[in-house]
Design a protein around this ligand. Structure first.
Ligand SMILES: [Zn+2]
Length: 248
């Protein structure tokens, strides 16, 4: 399996040192990732450095350079504990809210991005959490691609295209089937070991730019595949919760 890179939590006040270190590693291999930009970040946990004044110009520059931009929620605030249709997180900015409210939020996020010169039709849900109303509101507001779900390549469900993420990195790495999965990174919380792992991943020659997804055929999914994804996602979440508890 080939591997695409996704970087979450891109904000004007993120940890720039880590972000730029990550970028340098990608640049050295000529790889362009998907980045999830928060239109109007209000999540204090993502505020690390003083905000970069030229942030939006900088992001536009990345897009011109081949980086792919996704809208990562609106404010990145978790307002519900509803894990939604792809339950690998236990909280959400969207799932559980009314269609009218979600439509407003998605429209507002898009408006903010466009006012900054950023146009995208890709959505990245904070904490991977969305429900049927989110998907309906996305379609209404011109989003066609969601970066989530499990699989080996793009698939269509609910009239949207999903570019899958990896269930388990080591398993995706060993998987010899054709296809692409996404490895998800939060640069703000990466440590030295994480960077070392990233470097050895890049050395493997498996990593491709995010735009490679566009070259793959889009599959329709069966209800059985959908149900199995839900169960896998729920199991992944449960395993992570148990691990967290064991760590104390
Ligand atoms: Zn996030």
């Amino acid at each position: 399996m080939r591997i695409a890179i996704r970087m979450d939590d891109i904000t004007p006040d993120m940890d720039w040192k880590k972000f730029l270190r990550f970028k340098e590693i990608l640049d050295d291999c000529g790889i362009c990732p998907l980045i999830g930009v928060v239109p109007d970040n209000r999540d204090k946990k993502l505020r690390i450095d003083p905000p970069r004044e030229d942030f939006w110009e900088y992001v536009k520059g990345l897009q011109e350079h081949g980086w792919v931009i996704a809208m990562h929620g609106l404010n990145h605030l978790y307002t519900t504990r509803n894990p939604g249709m792809f339950p690998i997180g236990g909280k959400s900015e969207f799932a559980g809210l009314s269609y009218v409210r979600q439509d407003e939020m998605i429209r507002e996020g898009k408006r903010i991005l466009e006012s900054r010169g950023i146009v995208t039709d890709i959505f990245m849900a904070p904490s991977h959490s969305f429900d049927k109303n989110t998907l309906r509101a996305l379609k209404k507001n011109g989003f066609y691609v969601v970066t989530d779900g499990f699989g080996t390549g793009p698939f269509r469900t609910e009239d949207l295209i999903f570019y899958p993420i990896s269930v388990k990195r080591s398993a995706s790495f060993e998987d010899t089937r054709a296809g692409i999965v996404t490895f998800v990174y939060h640069t703000n919380s990466m440590n030295e070991k994480d960077f070392e792992k990233l470097e050895s991943l890049m050395d493997s020659g498996r990593v491709v730019s995010y735009t490679e997804f566009k070259k793959l055929e889009i599959r329709d999914r069966s209800i059985v595949e959908e149900a199995s994804e839900f169960v896998t996602a729920k199991a992944k979440y449960t395993v992570m919760q148990v691990r967290k508890r064991l760590k104390g």
